[in-house]
Structure formats: C-alpha cells, structure tokens
Design a protein around this ligand. Structure first.
Ligand SMILES: Cc1cc2nc3c(=O)[nH]c(=O)nc-3n(C[C@H](O)[C@H](O)[C@H](O)COP(=O)(O)OP(=O)(O)OC[C@H]3O[C@@H](n4cnc5c(N)ncnc54)[C@H](O)[C@@H]3O)c2cc1C
Length: 254
C-alpha cells in the first residue's frame, strides 16, 4: 500500500483526464510491464483525509468494508500510463463518464489531495512465437494500449482497434511502421460500449500469424473478441490475453 498525493491534473480530450500522482512512495512501485495496473484508493466527497487499509494481501478488502461508510475510501482499478521514477511520479488517464465515484473525484481533485495505490501487476505477455499482434479495447483500455505501443519501439505487424465514446476523444498517436490504429467512436449514446470494436474485429483482416491478441474493456467486448478469435479464426486460447475491465450497469466493488 503506497500513499501518494495529487501533483496536477489536466483534461486531455473532453472524455479523458490525466492525473499525476507523486511522492517518495513511487520508489516502492516495481515497474511491472506495459499494462501495469493498480488499485487506486481515493476520498469520497466531503472526506478530508484518506484512510488506507494496511493489509497487502486480499484482507485489505475486508478492512475497507469494515470501515464505517463515512470513513471508507473508494477503490477502483486503473492503469499506470507512465512511471517517472526520477521525478517520483506516475500518470493515470481516466475515461470520464457521468457522475460516477471515479469521475467525480477526477473532476474535483486539487494538488496536494491524497491518493493511495496497490500494485495489481500486468497482463500483457506476448507469446514468444508471435509474428503478428492484435490489440483491442474501449476507452478504459486506451491508456494500456498507448503504454503497450510506447514501450515497443520495434513491434511486429499490429492491428489496433480502439473504441472511444466520442470523435472528440480521438487523439493523434505517433506509431512505427507496421502498426495500424483504427479509431471507432460511438457518438450515439444508444450504442452498447464495445459493440463497434467487436464488429470491426469480426470484419478485419488479421496480421499474419502466429498471432498474439490482447483485449480489454467492457466485459462483453473482452469475452466477445476472445470467442470470435478462438471459434472463427482458430487462434489458440493461450495466445490471447483478455480482461473485462468493467461491466455495463454494475459498479466496481469497493
Ligand atoms: C486492470 C484494469 C485497468 C483499468 N485501467 C483503467 C484506466 O486506465 N482508465 C480508466 O478510465 N478505466 C480503467 N479501468 C476501468 C475502471 O476501473 C472502471 O471503468 C471503473 O468501473 C470506473 O469506476 P467508476 O467509479 O467510474 O464507475 P463505477 O462506480 O464502477 O460504475 C458506475 C456505472 O458506470 C458504468 N461504467 C463504469 N465504467 C464506465 C465507462 N468507462 N464508461 C461508461 N460507463 C462506465 C458501470 O457499468 C456502472 O453502471 C481499468 C480496469 C481494470 C480491471
């Protein structure tokens, strides 16, 4: 459990904010891979201090749940977009939506506000024999996808499908040759998050294999892409990393 403080925050596009957290505790975060994630603890509205659990094993959740609600922090999973060890800083990029606990916190943070993190590790582990790569995600997976792309200067042929809520959230991303980013925006609020990305993957020409696929985002996007790759494209399950980052209609626990 590492306690940090907010150094700064900025709006990247209308639907994304970057919050920089810093402090001596950053040295205890062992860099763990391109899509390294953390549990982020932050205050509820009206709380003046952040009460962090102390247990580093799964008992932390019990500790949080036993706190009276008025003293309990919110807990959400986020990706470490950038780690700057020398400056003792990390950046996290938040996909803003509605007035959820996470979005409300991001909109009200000020430099000096407390926040805590707990390392969750990484999921991106390309198979050694892979000759092509597929990266798929919705807006919650964009920070991880950008981090994966940044950390691989000499990538294999890669097709990237990223769905964002609105066209205004599409941003220029410099990529090396052989990497193609396909931006998909929902714009129409009645579309289910992830549906456009899933459809685009179904219709796409995959890079020549053997393939390594990484997919994350709304749970039906993650499972839908995996099912399609296994059943319709013959990709072995072991060559697919998939993670339901969130579930439509369900709040994250904690
Ligand atoms: C390993 C991992 C890494 C992640 N990295 C990031 C990251 O870097 N950036 C990021 O923004 N998210 C990331 N997420 C997803 C994030 O944890 C969830 O979106 C989380 O539910 C947001 O909490 P909340 O307080 O906004 O909403 P919640 O209180 O959890 O949910 C409230 C409502 O909003 C819905 N909802 C949740 N997220 C979204 C969304 N993005 N768009 C529309 N509706 C939504 C829920 O279905 C629910 O109905 C990651 C998740 C995991 C597991």
């Amino acid at each position: 459990m590492i306690t940090l403080e907010v150094r700064r925050s900025e709006l990247i596009t209308p639907g994304f904010s970057r919050v920089t957290l810093g402090g001596p505790g950053v040295r205890d975060l062992v860099p763990g891979g391109a899509d390294q994630a953390v549990r982020l603890f932050f205050t509820r509205e009206g709380q003046s201090e952040l009460r962090m659990p102390t247990a580093s094993n799964e008992a932390w959740m019990v500790q949080v749940m036993l706190m009276p609600k008025a003293a309990r922090p919110w807990v959400r999973n986020l990706t470490v977009r950038r780690l700057r060890a020398a400056e003792r800083e990390i950046d996290i990029e938040f996909a803003l939506h509605g007035d959820s606990p996470m979005t409300s916190w991001v909109r009200r943070v000020r430099p000096g506000d407390p926040a805590g993190i707990f390392d969750l590790g990484t999921m991106y582990r390309p198979s050694e024999h892979a000759r092509g790569r597929l990266l798929v995600g919705d807006e919650t997976a964009l920070p991880a996808i950008l981090s994966i792309l940044e950390k691989d200067p000499d990538p294999p042929p890669t097709e990237v499908f990223v769905e964002v809520a609105a066209t205004a959230d599409v941003r220029p991303v410099p990529v090396p040759g052989g990497v193609h980013i396909h931006w998909l925006s929902r714009d129409d609020a009645s579309l289910r998050p992830g549906a456009r990305a899933l459809e685009a993957v179904r219709d796409c020409e995959l890079p020549a294999g053997p393939l390594y696929a990484w997919v994350a985002g709304e749970s039906q996007l993650a499972t839908g892409v995996r099912r399609h790759l296994v059943n319709d494209r013959g990709v072995p399950k072991r060559d697919i990393s998939f993670y339901g980052y969130w579930r439509l209609g369900r709040s994250a626990p904690g």
